[in-house]
Design a protein around this ligand. Sequence first.
Ligand code: PBG
Ligand code: ZN
Length: 317
Amino acid sequence: MRRLRGSAAVRSLVQETRLHKEQLVYPVFVIEGENIKNPVQSMPGIYQYSIDRLQEECCRIRESGIRNILIFGIPAHKDEMGSQAYDENGITQRAIRYLKAHDPDFLVIADVCLCEYTSHGHCGLVDGCHILNDETLPLLVKMSVSLAGAGADMIAPSDMMDGRVAAIRQGLDAAGFYETPILSYSAKYASGYYAPFRDAAHSAPGFGDRRSYQMDCANAKEALREMEADIEEGADILMVKPALAYLDVLKTASERFDYPLAVYNVSGEYAMVKAAAANGWIDEKRIVMENMLAMKRAGADIIITYHALDVAGWLDE
Ligand code: PBG
Ligand code: ZN
């Protein structure tokens, strides 16, 4: 076996998986207000920007060669119905308009979920302690149509309500957005790895947890049923989330489905690497590139990651 490991040239010749900038998606947090660039405490290198400061981030993204952005808006006002989520002039709608005007070459993917916009922090409407499914669907549809109207190139529902992909597909078509693809967070697990994100997006649930709608981390076959359902409902791209603790699910999905497959290398995965690197316990570049290749090897076509700009820089070296 060592004959093919003897030099960098031969190793590169037989390298089975490769990473390209085109496959990376960079999440961006946009917050209501002016002149804001807030560091996210648990995610070194990640900031919340107000729209008037977004230019700086846009330049960094463009210079890195990354073109794909996943946008998260943080509204100033939250209510029971998450009404800022589907407001013409909501923070996310305005941010998308800004991004598309600033650089039409950016591919802007809009996360669709109510948790950043609801006073209770849940991804759907609530009745007492119960998270309502079918009552939530029309709001997700309204949000999707509104974000597509603002210029989003792709709609990414992350709420985990049943039937949302079908409802959103129908709603987008009825509004004339036939050509807007749906990237579905199909297999989204109830995970401790989202904790830093909830600081970044102010979306922690006010009571209880998300286990009645997000998946149980003990289950893999169920993830395939979620994906089958999303395909039937009209999803264009499937996602597994989080990434590294769920590579088995990703691998099986890549063998089972002939669909583009995305994986979300989430906030907690990022935070762990950053913390260990800051302590000098690991080599950040090496660990991040190893993680990226692990996701590719397991079958990811698309990687959503907070490391995207750093990875782009390392790919250039
Ligand atoms: C909204 C949403 C979450 C993430 C992406 N979209 C949080 C959650 O479900 O609690 C997590 C992303 C991350 O941790 O990086 N539903
Ligand atoms: Zn949510």
